[in-house]
Ligand binder design. Structure first.
Ligand SMILES: Nc1ncnc2c1ncn2[C@@H]1O[C@H](COP(=O)(O)OP(=O)(O)OP(=O)(O)O)[C@@H](O)[C@H]1O
Length: 310
């Protein structure tokens, strides 16, 4: 459906996106994962023809959209990171206003507004002024606006940043439902790997303007096939224990949580007795030692040496 070919964007000294190659097929949920500043917003702004690339091409149904973006714009709904609503108007009035921009009117507009309000779970708040909405409700309405013209595809730029967990779940479930029931194609950007892991069929991971991994969840996790992650839970932590792990020749990486340490070791390594000895020397009590299935966070850590949210 859509293909990005060697797409780059340079802002003065900053390479916001470097030689990005990506494709999105009809009916897929594709995730674009990366920390702040990775280049995700720039990539989707070029994809939706809001920002002009420095080089490369964006192709929709095999035609370049750089000179003629209208065929793509007709089928894409964009949910920007910033909320774009009139806060002095009600939810209904906002939808009506944006609906008219999409040239909807009369019964067709009313029908569409009812449908969208139902989809975003705001039917009973339709007459309330947006100023009084929570952050999560505003985001849901923002998504509703993008759905007014019946898009085949929706592009969402970090739609759950800074909202309550309940609204976040609602948004994730809505995206899944739209995909399953209406075969909506979705491009979902996030720096929350668990969201991308939950939603997406295929994933692209960006860092500092570069694509660092891509594929299905399984394919991406194969990157770690030679290693495994072990989670160690303790009564408390101290430096001696962490240093003891770091000095162990089998341990490739140590990540320290509150009362939990995770270590990355070769798949075949049996670490149990080493971990117990290091804990005993550090006078700590171990609650559990578990093998973890790798997460996308582990893959990101492996590829960049940093956590996604660093
Ligand atoms: N209009 C602009 N002018 C100059 N630099 C820009 C502009 N837009 C983005 N950048 C730079 O390009 C890089 C990528 O930014 P981008 O917003 O695409 O990242 P992102 O992954 O979407 O992160 P975030 O979640 O923080 O928006 C950053 O270094 C940013 O400062």
């Amino acid at each position: 459906m859509i293909e990005l070919v060697n797409l780059s964007k340079k802002y003065k000294q900053v390479d916001a996106v470097k030689n990005l190659n990506m494709f999105i097929e009809k009916g897929e949920i594709v995730g674009l994962l990366g920390p702040n500043g990775a280049g995700k917003s720039t990539a989707i702004s070029m994809l939706s023809s809001l920002v002009e690339p420095t080089s490369g091409d964006v192709r929709f149904e095999n035609n370049s959209i750089l000179k003629n973006p209208s065929p793509l714009r007709k089928v894409v709904g964009m949910v920007p990171q910033e909320i774009a609503l009139y806060t002095d108007l009600t939810a209904e009035e906002n939808l009506e206003f944006f609906g008219r921009i999409y040239k909807l009117s009369g019964k067709a507009l009313k029908r569409k507004m009812d449908e969208v309000l139902e989809q975003i779970g705001l039917t009973d708040r339709r007459k309330d002024i947006v100023k009084k909405f929570s952050g999560g409700m505003k985001r849901r309405l923002n998504i509703g606006v993008a759905m007014l013209h019946d898009p085949e595809m929706i592009i969402m730029d970090e739609p759950t940043v800074g909202i309550d967990p309940q609204s976040r779940n609602y948004i994730l479930e809505t995206v899944k439902r739209l995909n399953e029931e209406r075969q909506m194609t979705v491009l979902y950007t996030s720096h929350y790997m668990e969201e991308v892991e939950f939603l997406c069929d295929r994933i692209y991971i960006m860092d500092k303007g570069n694509l660092i991994a891509s594929g299905t969840k399984g394919e991406i996790k194969q990157i770690l096939s030679s290693e495994k992650t072990i989670s160690i839970k303790l009564d408390r932590l101290n430096d001696q224990f962490v240093e003891g792990l770091r000095e162990n020749p089998l341990v490739n990486r140590v990540t320290v949580g509150e009362k939990e340490v995770t270590i990355l070791v070769p798949r075949e390594a049996n670490m149990f007795s080493d971990v117990i000895k290091i804990a005993e020397a550090a006078e700590l009590e171990i609650y559990s030692v578990d093998n973890k299935t790798p997460t996308l966070e582990d893959v990101f850590l492996h590829l960049t040496g940093r956590a996604l949210r660093d």
